[in-house]
Design a protein around this ligand. Structure first.
Ligand SMILES: Nc1ncnc2c1ncn2[C@@H]1O[C@H](COP(=O)(O)OP(=O)(O)OP(=O)(O)O)[C@@H](O)[C@H]1O
Ligand SMILES: [Mg+2]
Length: 254
């Protein structure tokens, strides 16, 4: 039996997440996340911004169940990740979560269309191949469906990774710098697709250096040195810029 969602509409509920990495024998572990609490509700697009090294990618991995926590708690769809066994976590990740990695993570031996259709195939979703082709068209890659990742540019590979998430029908999409390798036009196209994805019972958590992209989100969290420094509700680009500057300045002064 599937556990019921105790807080309706809450897709992510992270409380006091602490994450440390061992940095080698005899060295003190490095604490990267220092008590992060945040939520994501149905239909929301949440952007996470902050200086390089502030822990944005690490936070996404922890929220998506890809990295264990040192302490604290992450609930997805009302279920505590720590209480899910490995199989149930894998199933949740396969069926309900999409992740666009900063480094794309495409499977080199599969074509663009096969990569984009893989999550749907693994979940045995009907029409997976068609959905993959549709989303490749949506990201402007209709001419590249049969190409292997090695024959695609960085930006094209990034767009395949985005098509893969869009085609998967995942209700919770994590995207780490999804426009990092794209030109302005393709970047805007991808953002528009992510913006459309965050509706109904689907939500998007976006990590980005692009403050204009962040300003399209419903909420912007500014991370600094592993902590949430500010939370901005539907801010303007200027407000995001100011908050990121303040976070950077304080980090530099610390
Ligand atoms: N596997 C790991 N082992 C040890 N340290 C790590 C590991 N992954 C990340 N870190 C450290 O955690 C810190 C935060 O890294 P993270 O990748 O989360 O930053 P980020 O905010 O995503 O940066 P960027 O904007 O450059 O992508 C860095 O100081 C990094 O060295
Ligand atoms: Mg990162």
């Amino acid at each position: 039996m599937t556990a019921t969602v105790r807080k309706p509409g809450l897709l992510v509920d992270a409380v006091d997440v602490v994450k440390a990495f061992n940095s080698g024998s005899g060295q003190e572990p490095v604490t990267v996340l220092r008590g992060v609490s945040m939520t994501v509700t149905n239909g929301e697009m949440v952007a996470i911004v902050g200086p390089s090294g502030s822990g944005k990618s690490t936070l996404l991995y922890c929220l998506a169940g890809l990295e264990p926590l040192h302490s604290g708690k992450v609930e997805l769809f009302g279920q505590d990740l720590a209480s899910l066994g490995r199989n149930r976590l894998a199933k949740m990740r396969r069926d309900r979560i999409g992740f666009v990695f900063q480094s794309y993570n495409l499977i080199p031996s599969l074509t663009a269309a096969e990569n984009a259709g893989l999550p749907g195939r693994l979940s045995r979703r009907r029409g997976a191949a068609e959905a993959a082709r549709d989303s490749l068209r949506a990201v402007g890659l209709s001419e590249r469906m049969r190409f292997l990742p090695g024959k695609l540019s960085g930006g094209q590979q990034q767009r395949v990774a985005i098509a893969r998430v869009l085609a998967s029908g995942a209700s919770l999409v994590f995207a780490d710098e999804p426009t990092g390798a794209l030109d302005t036009r393709s970047g805007q196209q991808v953002l528009e697709l992510l913006r459309e994805t965050a509706a109904g019972d689907r939500s998007v958590v976006l990590v980005t250096h692009d403050l204009e992209a962040a300003a399209r989100a419903d909420r912007v969290l500014v991370l600094r040195d592993g902590q949430i420094h500010a939370e901005l509700i539907t801010p303007t680009v200027e407000e995001v810029l100011e908050s990121v500057r303040a976070a950077g300045d304080e980090a530099a002064a610390a």
